[in-house]
Design a protein around this ligand. Sequence first.
Ligand code: ADP
Length: 395
Amino acid sequence: MSIDEMTKRYESDDGDVLAVDDLSLDIRDGEFLVLVGPSGCGKSTTLRAIAGLETVSEGTIRIGDRDVTDVKPKDRDIAMVFQNYALYPQKTVAGNMRFGLEMTTDLDESAIAGRVEDAARLLDITELLDRRPRALSGGQQQRVALGRAIVRDPAVFLMDEPLSNLDAKLRTQMRTELQQLHDELGATTVYVTHDQTEAMTMGDRIAVLDDGRLQQVGTPMEMYYEPANEFVATFIGSPSMNTLAATFDGDDVLFPGFTYEPTAAQRDALADGLGGDSVTVGIRPEDVVLADEPGPRTTEFVATIVEPMGGENVLHLRHELGEVVATVAGGQRVREGDRVRARFPADHVHAFDGETGEAVFNRTRTDEPATGVVGTSAGRDGDTLAGGSDPGDRP
Ligand code: ADP
């Protein structure tokens, strides 16, 4: 399906709100695409426009090859799963699952019953079919809401923060289940969330929106290694990428109290790519390296906060140039107040135009099989891995 140059303006007495600004997006058949961004960036509006629950101000929406821009929601061949499951309390699970089908299709009774049974089996809720929603846990209700969508056998699933009412553990479990479900059904899915972890772990591709505008669309690894701008760089990844203001003097990147010497390629990129002399240097907390020895791209900090996470420690390091967050292995002791020497390894550094935020260069991308990988499969994700795992190629 595709969205072409879609703009949505809400008109109100207090003035117009530009909720989505000239959005174009191709979503491949069978793909799991995650729309992610902060609250108010236009995710739900986009999803509701695809569903036909909002009219668009400008632009075209196609599902398959069909222009559905002016087609009624019920005729778009989509099914939607919401954050609040909106189950009918007086209907049983089976009744909830079949209700939408009865309203929108002319399938006969046995076909409807068959679909409900199949979906219930897939979701492992067969034994709940006669219960009413109030006798179900949140996770079970979520499954019923999914079941109601699945029985429709739609061309496209639209999901709006479907896991946000679940507790953390269940959310993680449902994340995995949704992915497995998607692998089994193979249906195109557009999934809205504000949570970058959900986006990274679930999406074949991720589209990041900010302020109604598409910032970047790509695989999780592209978003992480090759962010198009500072917004995407800091939105994706946790803890967030450090971004530090500096100036480029034609040779070096100058911070207060620290000089970063770019590689030759980085220097060329800065000379070509920067609009002025202001540059924002980005480095992820996991890429800051503690250093035994003084050396290039290395400086001293004071640890102001140490957050022990068990497997790793998150250090807040103070310097004239600003605060830098670094994650280090949990077994290494750093105390608050310790002086800490740390390096910005050249191949881990990003640079953004200080005025526009556009990426000038990104860190070196690695995609090596991990130590311990003794055979390679055509699994999900890893757009460069062997086996043609481009989601568009999947059956
Ligand atoms: P998100 O889902 O990313 O949180 P939304 O798509 O809900 O964002 O909203 C995008 C923008 O449009 C926000 O500024 C929001 O306040 C505004 N908006 C959403 N729905 C309406 C509406 N019905 N009327 C007026 N403004 C709206």
